[in-house]
Design a protein around this ligand. Structure first.
Ligand code: ADP
Ligand code: MG
Length: 690
């Protein structure tokens, strides 16, 4: 293995040791590779060296001089200032170090050093210059390369206990000792075609830019040619993984569901609505996958309320009419129960057995045809003969791994995943490149737009007025809180206290409370009473976020709207606007919302289009957060940024397609293959089970 050293632990690098290794682990650095590809989040220009008598206030600069004085000037409990006066032959400047008395040992009188920092006028004297907590570097040997001063200096995200200077020093020695060993693995023609710098060159320069006359803005935004090379690499390796997984699936033989329609036509005849054009199109796409002899692996994106459930039921019936069984996995018990009820209702009049499986309950049917359940479905001990179709609803709540586990419950069943968190199509194509895509981009007819309103705490009465008016007209309302119980520290209104307050405010109305700590059976019973109209106001937490479908409910009040994420707000809003009534989404905002909260709330006011919301969410949160961490099961991108590097993303996709077409096993590029395998290695369940 030519690049074997990359997976060696950093602990054994000189200067690291077990204690620092622990700290490094906290910031995601365990191996040499982690360190080499741990990029600075910004850079400081400390390259200009100035004489002390030429300094200007507020400039960031480096001076060279000798220690003339070093004194711990003030010290009360837990507070001290170490003053170090440095002079060159033109004047002197004072460096102040707060709470680092131990540095006294370092600044011996007469010692030559560089200090770098922002120049300030002495706060007490009003004349003379000082620097607070400057970077310093002793001059031991004139031929030494500078790490912390007299250069463009990298600044890394660190963690407490690991000072910037220590971290930079460690990374410097790792780059110095290891970057040279990096073997180029990128095919020559790609490097030449895009004028990429070499790998070693790129790694060295993103950490310690060699050239002083660089465009610092490009470095700070991660778009220098060296950054681009590394972002491209990451995206390229990612694409190789998803494309390979996809082609494995395509090659894998699945079941051909080719019996003539029976149950599916029965359902069509029974539905009291027509499928929308988008639903029809997606059903056709699914059916064509199911009929083909290859295994289906398809993602259905559809905004809240676009009618994914009936599409899923059509697919299940197709499996059934071919003599197979189907399962559907959903993220919460509440949703499992709701789906179970909705689907049972949809299937009324059709001879099939539908069962529910949650951790609380056993399967309530002998030999069911369809099982709807939670994670319990992928737990050991459960398996299903003749499983032909596995569906995962609200897939963003599950990882790739769970999807793969579900698939293992049968022999190569077709797989359908559904999500109401739409992401921009180009992104989806690249990121979830292992899946085929269908989009239900149309809402069922007759949906009235939802009126979204924002109120501050002082305008609470207006919210009560809306509730009174709408409930008076026979509507129903959800009131959602961020927490179940009061938490003084967080200073948040809670569902429990809100429930009490609303009971007082609306004495003549039926009010109930639902949250995650209420027993599943009771929760379900409450939901059913809400559904049948026996409850006017349902106070709760985000347990009602996903999938709940009560068409008569037309008011959604979100308390502490500033606390919720954008996609969560959108999901919650999607609970109303499902019936005949005009609907309202009220965002009740407390305190002074931060900048991001304001952007989220604005986005909610501006649009109800899930794709636009998702795009905005991506912009606000950044891709790391947006796609969640390990949960998704896809490799995490550490260097590339999906917004900034969109062009590179597309480039990497097309280059990956080209190379895999020429050489599917990458036989001619063993080093490249090794790197791609490395990126995907802990995801072998995904690799192996698909
Ligand atoms: P989601 O995509 O959010 O899961 P659902 O499947 O829960 O949406 O559907 C939302 C509501 O729309 C349900 O009440 C469902 O019966 C209804 N519905 C679905 N398709 C249609 C259609 N083509 N015409 C009318 N109503 C529909
Ligand atoms: Mg749904």
């Amino acid at each position: 293995m030519p690049n074997g050293f990359l997976s060696e632990p950093v602990q054994y690098i000189k200067g690291v040791g077990p204690k620092r290794a622990e700290l490094l682990k906290k910031i995601g650095i365990s191996t040499i590779a982690d360190a080499l590809f741990y990029l600075p989040f910004r850079y400081e220009d400390r390259s200009s060296l100035k004489k002390i008598n030429q300094l200007q206030p507020d400039e960031m600069t480096t001076v060279r001089g000798e220690v003339a004085r070093c004194e711990l000037v003030r010290r009360r409990k837990g507070f001290s200032i170490l003053e170090v006066t440095v002079s060159d032959n033109s004047g002197h400047i004072t460096a102040k170090f707060f709470n680092q008395p131990f540095l006294k040992k370092i600044f011996k009188i007469g010692k030559s050093l560089y200090i770098s920092g922002t120049v300030k006028t002495n706060r007490y004297l009003g004349v003379g210059f000082e620097m607070e907590n400057p970077e310093y570097e002793a001059i031991e040997d004139e031929s030494d390369r500078h790490v912390h001063t007299l250069r463009i200096v990298p600044v890394y995200r660190s963690t407490s206990g690991l000072g910037q200077k220590t971290l930079r020093g460690l990374l410097h020695s790792i780059v110095e000792s290891c970057a040279g060993k990096l073997k180029e693995y990128m095919p020559d023609d790609i490097i030449v075609k895009h004028s990429f710098p070499g790998l070693e060159d790129a790694v060295r320069n993103v950490h310690f830019p060699e050239d002083d006359n660089i465009d610092l803005n490009k470095y700070n935004s991660g778009t220098s040619r060296f950054h681009k090379r590394l972002s491209f690499d990451e995206l390229f390796l990612y694409q190789i993984g998803v494309i390979k997984i996809k082609s494995d699936i395509v090659e894998k033989k699945g079941i051909s569901f080719v019996s003539p329609p029976s149950l599916t036509s029965e359902l069509r005849a029974l539905l009291d609505f027509e499928l929308t054009g988008a639903q029809e199109r997606v059903v056709a796409e699914i059916f064509s996958d199911m009929e083909s002899e290859n295994q289906m692996n398809r993602l259905i994106q559809g905004d809240v309320g676009s009618g994914k459930t009936v599409v899923a039921v059509m697919a299940m019936l197709k499996a059934l009419e071919n003599g197979y069984k189907a399962v559907m996995m959903v993220p919460t018990e509440l949703l499992a129960q709701q789906h179970y009820q909705n689907i049972t209702k949809l299937l009324k009049g059709i001879q099939i057995k539908c069962a529910l499986l949650t951790s609380g309950e056993k399967i309530n049917e002998d030999e069911p045809d369809i099982i709807i359940g939670t994670h319990a479905l992928i737990q050991k001990g459960f398996s299903l003969d003749k499983l032909g179709l596995a569906i995962v609803d609200e897939q963003h709540r599950f990882g790739v791994r769970q999807r793969a586990q579900l698939r293992k419950k049968g022999t190569d069943p077709d797989v359908l995943v559904m999500t109401a968190t739409p992401i921009p199509r180009t992104l989806a194509m690249t990121l979830y490149g292992d899946l085929d895509h269908s989009v239900i981009d149309e809402l069922p007819p007759g949906r009235k737009p939802i009126d979204t309103m924002v109120f501050m705490e002082s305008e609470k009465n207006k919210v009560y007025d809306i509730l009174r008016r709408e409930i008076g007209k026979g509507g129903q309302a959800y009131i959602v809180y961020p927490v179940i119980e009061e938490d003084e520290e967080l200073n948040l209104r809670s569902a429990e206290l809100g429930y009490e307050a609303f009971k007082e405010l609306f004495r003549d109305r039926a009010i109930d409370l639902v949250h995650g700590r209420i027993r599943p059976e009771d929760r379900n019973e409450i939901m059913n009473r809400f559904k049948s109209g026996d409850i006017d106001i349902l106070v709760g937490t985000t347990v009602i976020e996903v999938g709940v479908d009560v068409p008569n409910a037309n008011v959604m009040v979100i308390v502490h709207a500033e606390r919720f994420g954008l996609s969560q707000l959108h999901q919650l809003r999607g609970r109303v606007g499902r019936g005949e009534r005009g609907s309202f989404c009220v965002l009740l905002v407390y305190g002074e919302p931060g900048e991001e909260a304001v952007r989220r709330i604005r986005a909610m006011e501006r649009t109800s289009d899930g794709f636009k919301i998702a795009e905005e969410d991506l912009n606000i949160r950044g891709p790391g957060d947006f796609f969640g961490t390990d949960q998704s099961g896809y490799p995490q991108l550490r260097i590339a940024n999906l917004i900034r590097d969109r062009e590179l993303l597309e480039l990497s996709r097309s280059e990956a397609v080209v190379i895999l077409e020429k050489d599917p096993m990458l036989d001619r590029y063993p080093d490249l293959r090794q790197r791609a395998n490395k990126m995907w290695e802990n995801r072998t369940e995904l690799y192996n089970t698909v």
